[in-house]
Design a protein around this ligand. Sequence first.
Ligand code: GDP
Length: 365
Amino acid sequence: MENVKCAGCGVHIQTENKEALGYAPPSALLKETAICQRCFRLKHYNEIQDVSLTDEDYRTIVSSISKERALVVMIVDIFDFNGSWVPDIQKLVGNNPILLAGNKLDLLPKSVNPRKLELWMKKEAADRGVNPKKVHFISAAKGHGIEELADSIEQHRNGRDVYVVGCTNTGKSTFINRLLKEFGEGGSDYITTSYFPGTTLDMIEVPLDDQSALYDTPGIINPEQMAHFVSQNELKIITPKKEIKPAVFQLNEEQTLFFGGLARLDYIKGGRRSFVCHLSNEMTIHRTKLENANDLYERQLGDLLQPPGEKEGFPPLVKHEFLIKEGKTDVVFSGLGWVTVPEAGAKIAAYAPAGTGVSLRKSLI
Ligand code: GDP
């Protein structure tokens, strides 16, 4: 019994405590592959139970990598770099080299310049103290770039074990499943993936050869993800499902765009100009006069301006002011997308829920 692991998330299965991690009814153990109740619910009802992996537990698990000689593959969501970064990752894994894989490439417009994308990722990583051995772009869901990454892993690991790390919701499980499908023996889809953060627990081991293995570490929950502020259905609206189509707005000074009720962009000064929004195609963008914006938000959050469908408990929007000094700049709203400002000289204010980030970068297009 002690050695039975859930085929979904890898946690040790127990049959005593219904509230605790890894619970499964005794009957589940009679099956060839046992899964815990949490994974069962997720799989059959698309329903998520709370995870009880604390930040400290996570650090204990991942910092054990620093004692090994290993290769680390870190998965980030290129749509939410901020919300998908594991804080202090280099410290946690010691001197071990890191391959950085930006996932969800399929969502970016084809016009994105791969070289600019790579430079941006490297800079973001360097700002956070990581110099990856190599940067890759993949779509775990569609299978793009997987073979190249698998080759690169083989090339960089020099016979060592491989640890896959990343925050929840970055597509880590989808990536592991993809690896298993393409390179594994069973080829079965047996790791849990879901829309919701927090669904992979404990380490899952995938043998690479007689001596070494690839380990899927649990995903840490990054509280800065937009995913934590919206319901499951709303998350489906704000998460792009396919390549995003840019939406162009010609704005006059003192006009405001609302992205549902989740974020806002005020165009303050700089003459009439265009703004190109790169967000989920299902996101509603509402334009109004700057002077009416506060009042509209106050009255319409949760109604006209949604998601969120529920005003209650939604964190206040925080204002970030910028002067766009260089031409073609992206204003990035973590977890939502970005707005390209094609020309320099615009004064803007970008608003996002407290805790989620807004940043500028050289346009990817
Ligand atoms: P984990 O929590 O990091 O293990 O993430 P999951 O594998 O459960 O994926 C989180 C969400 O991202 C799910 O809704 C996946 O369908 C989605 N996802 C994962 N990989 C990709 C990808 O390459 N492209 C897109 N568009 N979505 C992805």
